[in-house]
Ligand binder design. Structure first.
Ligand SMILES: Nc1ncnc2c1ncn2[C@@H]1O[C@H](COP(=O)(O)OP(=O)(O)OP(=O)(O)O)[C@@H](O)[C@H]1O
Ligand SMILES: [Mg+2]
Length: 257
């Protein structure tokens, strides 16, 4: 496909420097974009009994594809007609401003650290950066992300934006690495775990799920990122599985663990 570097790297800063690859914007007909539509459909199915207005993505460790999966799923939701606000809530390794080439002088942290009368949302949210998709970067990195993301102010802010958008999508930091994710995950209507094929350890997934359970997080399922689809397949892909568990069994024949 040529869009992604085929070599799997652990702990790369590539998306922090250059942004995540927006394949769903650049190549909406590409099979990977089609796989994101499948991810979207599966998330939609989970909303039947339980409305999902605030959705977040996390993973066990760094560089497992959260930001790439988050932005492409948010774009796919917007392309399907939902009014989406995408928020960079990874205050440790933010990427959204690079992905959409927007300034990061103000962002989520500005809202969480200012008095409401000082903040003009229009300066912070880039509305309809692509049709139906609005984007809020992380803003200046604070010394106390856990405190900010776990604050009442964050809760009030989430409730406010949920009123204005059909869906609010958050990119979170990896749950095993920082404490703020566990707190925030519990505030979401649903959380999807990103699992990177060949990189994420089974024990890491188990631990991540245990931690999410402690905050009574509604885990919608997982996205299996970077799935090899065989010698004449597309090289990379996304799978989606349900349940409060993990489904390596979703792999197709010939894929390696
Ligand atoms: N399916 C894929 N195929 C190939 N490369 C991928 C795939 N998904 C992500 N990558 C690459 O892996 C790296 C990490 O991806 P990404 O930044 O999306 O992960 P992350 O979990 O958000 O990382 P961080 O912990 O830094 O927030 C990037 O270089 C990205 O381009
Ligand atoms: Mg990221």
């Amino acid at each position: 496909m040529g869009l992604f570097n085929r070599r799997k790297k652990r702990g790369t800063d590539e998306t922090m420097q250059y942004g995540a690859k927006l394949i769903t914007v650049a190549k909406p007909q590409n099979p990977v974009s089609e796989q994101f539509r499948t991810v979207k459909t599966n998330i939609d199915f989970t909303s039947v009994d339980h409305q999902i207005k605030a959705l977040a993505f996390t993973s066990a460790n760094i560089s497992e594809g959260k930001s790439t999966v988050t932005v492409n799923t948010a774009v796919t939701m917007a392309q399907a007609g939902k009014k989406v606000l995408l928020i960079d809530a990874d205050l440790h390794r933010p990427t959204l401003h690079q992905t959409f080439d927007i300034p990061n002088r103000v962002g989520l942290t500005t809202i969480l650290t200012s008095h409401s009368n000082e903040v003009d949302m229009a300066d912070i949210v880039k509305e309809d950066i692509i049709p139906n998709l609005s984007v809020m970067p992380a803003g200046p990195i604070p010394p106390n992300p856990a405190q900010l993301l776990g604050s009442n102010r964050m809760r009030a802010f989430l409730n406010m934006v949920k009123e204005h958008y059909d869906l609010v999508v958050l990119d979170l930091a990896p749950i095993l690495e920082v404490s703020d994710t566990q707190i925030l995950a519990g505030e979401m209507d649903g959380v999807v775990l990103v699992v990177r094929q060949g990189i994420t350890q089974k024990a890491g997934v188990e631990r991540a799920l245990e931690m999410l359970k402690l905050t009574k997080t509604h885990v919608l399922g997982y996205v299996m990122n970077d799935v090899r689809t065989g010698p004449d397949g597309y090289g990379y892909g996304y799978g989606y599985g349900y349940g409060y568990g993990y489904g390596y069994g979703q792999q197709k024949d010939g894929e390696s663990k």
